[in-house]
Design a protein around this ligand. Structure first.
Ligand code: APR
Ligand code: PHB
Length: 385
């Protein structure tokens, strides 16, 4: 097995395969230090937590992750609490993707797994055949890896999806005219629960990594340069978009990280071409509203690891044949949810007045209807695998 990309999808796949006796080599373009330092989202569905436990990489998450029983939706100064636990019987865990990645790297190292970082110019060959190969250059030396199967876990900008011949993948895409400016600050979070805020000035999100580390976002125009946003400007804008109570409680401080992330919805199908299988961001992207990106990488890896174990153990190809359909069925439902949350909570400058008024009605409906809240909650905690 060759696995392209050492993000959560690639590392988790190699770990689950190893535990079932299937050997793989992971090829990663960046250095391990670079991958481990990337700041990403951090809301884990309970099924993803279970997957990490199965992979033997959940000890720190279980010790230090925070279980959240609710999430707040802010709107025009008010806040609505969605009681995830009461509505679904389930919770989510706040534990950063950065930490998940560190634990996965450590676990691969402890088991002697091959994770080759700084692999340059990775190129996929003969993916239509039963003997595909991967060529790459590492520390100046050319190398070639022959394998049975390639898993493309190299994210949206990776080489795997682009290696599928022209015309063999169908794609759907929506690019939003705004981005999220994110700030990490060593301050206590403004609230014990996450707050997703819709506001006429634009969306804002209050999240966290721990009791002393906060993560905040505000909607900005696509292509914004973070240097246009000194800390003081960021805090003022965030405060202006929060419900009154949260605005009054907000503790500010110097940012320790600041970055702009574009918003995009994207799906490629099928997630397979010959002996190449795509998983995680390599096959689909969701906007971060709803925190589904990492969790979808998890469900893909759940389906794909099971299919590959069947193939290697028993020569059974049934799982590989159905992988794409099973994974995409869940992906599309998460696309729908992420798109819905994004539309509801962001400011769209070209929305006609009728749609703006409809959004107000949508909030009112959500506030007054346990059924509407239950629909949000069951998607937020994650639809079944
Ligand atoms: N060759 C080798 N490695 C590559 C290449 C390439 N040509 N291109 C990209 N990569 C590596 C990236 O450096 C990265 O480490 O593939 C990895 C892909 O990891 P992620 O982008 O984290 O994607 P994935 O593992 O699918 O995880 C999905 O991560 O990006 C977030 O929002 C996303 O939370 C979601 C999760
Ligand atoms: C985050 O903590 O970075 C985060 C949380 C929830 C989201 C997106 C990002 O929906």
């Amino acid at each position: 097995m060759a696995i392209i990309g050492a993000g959560p999808a690639g590392l988790l796949l190699s770990q689950l395969l190893d535990l079932a006796g299937v050997e793989s080599v992971v090829l990663e373009r960046h250095s391990r230090a670079h991958v481990e330092a990337r700041v990403r989202a951090g809301v884990l569905e309970d099924q993803f937590q279970e997957l990490l436990r199965r992979a033997g990489v959940a000890a720190r998450m279980d010790a230090h992750g925070q279980l959240h029983e609710s999430v707040a939706i802010g709107r025009g100064g008010h806040s609505l609490r969605i009681d995830l636990k009461a509505l679904t019987g389930r919770t989510v865990c706040i534990w950063g993707q950065t930490e998940v990645t560190r634990d996965l790297f450590a676990a691969r190292e402890a088991r002697g797994g091959a994770v080759l970082d700084e692999a340059e110019d990775v190129a996929l060959h003969d993916i239509d055949s039963e003997r595909p190969s991967v060529r790459y250059r590492r520390h100046g030396a050319e190398a070639r890896l022959e394998c049975d199967v390639i898993a493309g876990c190299d994210g949206f900008h990776g080489v795997s999806r682009r290696s599928v011949p022209e015309g063999r993948l169908e794609t759907w895409e929506l690019v939003y005219p705004f981005a999220w400016l994110g700030v990490l600050a060593e301050t206590p979070p403004v609230s014990p629960e996450l707050i997703y805020c819709g506001h006429e000035r634009g969306f804002a999100l209050c999240s966290m990594r721990s009791a002393s580390l906060s993560r905040y976002y505000v909607q900005v125009t696509a292509g914004t340069d973070p240097t246009e946003w000194p800390d003081a400007r960021f805090w003022d804008e965030l405060r202006a978009r929060l419900p009154a109570g949260a605005a009054a409680r907000l503790v500010t401080g110097p940012s320790v990280e600041k970055s702009v992330a574009p918003l995009r919805s994207f799906v490629a199908a099928p997630l397979r071409h010959g002996r190449l299988f795509l998983a995680g961001d390599a096959g689909h992207i969701v906007p971060p509203t709803g925190a589904k990106g990492l969790n979808l990488a998890g469900s893909d890896v759940h389906y794909l690891s099971g299919a590959l174990i069947g193939f290697y153990r028993d020569g059974d190809t049934a799982g590989l044949e159905t992988y794409s359909d099973r994974a995409l069925a869940r992906v599309w439902k998460a696309q729908r949810f992420s798109w819905w949350m994004t539309r509801l909570l962001h400011r769209f400058d070209d929305d006609p007045p009728f749609e703006r008024r409809l959004k107000q009605a949508e909030f009112d409906y959500l506030a007054g209807s346990p059924a509407a809240q239950a629909a949000l909650a069951e998607n937020y905690v994650g639809l079944p695998y």
